[in-house]
Write a protein of this length. Structure first.
Length: 97
């Protein structure tokens, strides 16, 4: 199961659809507060998060998760998935996480 945290509605929908078509169960939320609620309800294999590094409550919640956290970023980051990316890059990143 994947938790997607993405504020851009169009991108959130596109990523969620791509994951669903690839047979991943996906919960998609727009805000860090919504993500924290989901993290309290479920354990996720993957958390894809496009969040501000200063978002302390969500970072704290992510720190106690057993799932692989992948940050969606504007820049190259070792644990990140850089925008723009396509469906194949997304799925490859999940397979290698």
């Amino acid at each position: 199961m994947v938790l997607l945290v993405e504020s851009d509605a169009d991108l959130r929908s596109a990523i969620s659809s791509a994951l669903t078509r690839a047979d991943y169960n996906c919960d998609a939320v727009a805000t860090p507060d919504a993500a924290i609620l989901k993290l309290r309800e479920h354990d996720y294999a993957y958390i894809l998060a496009d969040i501000d590094p200063a978002e302390e409550p969500l970072h704290a919640a992510l720190g106690v998760q057993t799932g692989e956290v992948i940050f969606i970023t504007e820049e190259d980051e070792p644990d990140g998935l850089r925008k723009p990316f396509d469906r194949q890059q997304l799925l490859a990143r999940l397979r290698h996480a």
